[in-house]
Design a protein around this ligand. Sequence first.
Ligand code: PAF
Length: 261
Amino acid sequence: VGFVPTMGALHKGHLSLVETAAKECETVVVSIYVNPTQFGRGEDFDRYPRNLQQDLSLLAAYPVGAVFAPTDSEMYPKGFDTWVQVGQIAEPWEGTCRPGHFRGVATVVLKLFNLVEPDIAYFGEKDYQQLLVVKQMVRDLNIPVEIRGCPTVREPDGLAMSSRNQYLSPDERRDALVLFQSERLAQQLVDSGETDAARITQAMRDHILRVPYAKIDYVAIVDPETLQEVSTVNRPVRAILAVRLGGTRLIDNMEITPKPV
Ligand code: PAF
């Protein structure tokens, strides 16, 4: 059983997870559930796009054995009071910007694993820290499921697919390209011999801030396993970033690899 957990508003990123799962598994289960406990106060829970009928018709073109779309009272019945306490990997970056987010993610993902009992679960690398948090939980709690990280799917111009892209106005959609461009810039700098992570992140910030109303939550070059910042790019690292454009918060990341010597 292959499992693709989602919050719906399905796009090609989700569908590529379904395709990979269908190649590797006999049965694919997709869950669609906008999990309230991973949203903080003032975040976009209320306006998060929900369109179950459209999601189901998209999935109809794929060999999906079951779609699990529970209600809030099924997932969190009255009296629900047990949580997964996430550790260090969940602290920086998204963990700092969105306190409690990964506690909600880890708790719902564990509940979904227990309900679906998958052999393999598929997560997009777009939410890179989430992928690491889930892998850590599975290791630490001996959960009998294999976690597969799958590459980010991008629009033809490079914008990472995200359900939240729906929030962008046409101008914001155009300006949102600075995320991808700044990651590509990081790789170009490394290709031209730059190894100083501080200089690379500064160049990424400068590029993003060419959009005057952009607000950077973080831009960092980190170790791909620990998410700790690195000072020198002398091995494969991850450029990670979160940027707000008007009312929309976008995240993205990319592997940055030094040229082999
Ligand atoms: O990545 C998501 O869509 C959600 O965080 C997940 C994994 C479905 C848990 O609600």
